[in-house]
Design a binder for this molecule. Sequence first.
Ligand code: BGC
Length: 260
Amino acid sequence: MPSPTEILGIDIGGSGIKGAPVRLADGSLALERHRIATPQPSSPQAVAAVVAQLVRHFDWHGPVGCTFPAIIKGGVAHSAANVDKAWIGTDAAALFAETTGCPVAVLNDADAAGVAEATHGAARGRQGTVLLLTFGTGIGSALLLDGKLVPNTELGHLELDGREAEAYASDRVREIEDLSWKNWGKRVSRYLRHLEFLFSPDLFVFGGGVSKKWDKFAPYLEVQTEIKPAVLRNEAGMVGAAMAAATLGCAVPGGTEHAG
Ligand code: BGC
């Protein structure tokens, strides 16, 4: 079978689940993205039903790549920080393959964004250690070395001054505590400086929905390392998910095979 030139990329987040067919050659979207609100509670069955709805929306019959905001190994979720706890131990790739009838690959949401930014975005062509961080409901991380991903780093859960980094510096915390851009920027800087000390990165890429407001907080970010806002922004998850389905191997309907 010839390899596909387009793969349906689906980004599963805490508030919305969005999808679009992605052109693998350049990471562009082949059709306008479609978004459906994340069901509450976000149980595996309810989320799988929305994934199937997106597949039907695009009348899709080929491979599908999905992001998920948790540790994902071989398609299986091993954590559930900001989603329904029933996900822990669920083979998300097999479940989505069953409900959609398509081959499906699943990977961590920040890892997907990292792969997309390293190939088509802010970290394109960069050698050395790149750390992409997504600031949203939680903090996601992707660690890349010479463009290759080290998956499932979960640096949002790093302990900083006695609490988890994402409980201190996520965008949700900025909203809940009504922090000014300056005060939030100080917290993010504290976190980035700690990561700088631990990883000596060559580049930070700042992702997540809040990266759209880069100009408001960038002046308050104090780090020695070069830092750039993500380029693909809201599309990074879908693009990275599609790329993963092309390279990682997929779970297939009726089986739970994983290549790679
Ligand atoms: C989760 C990560 C995820 C990040 C961003 C964290 O709470 O543990 O797996 O990448 O949120 O969604």
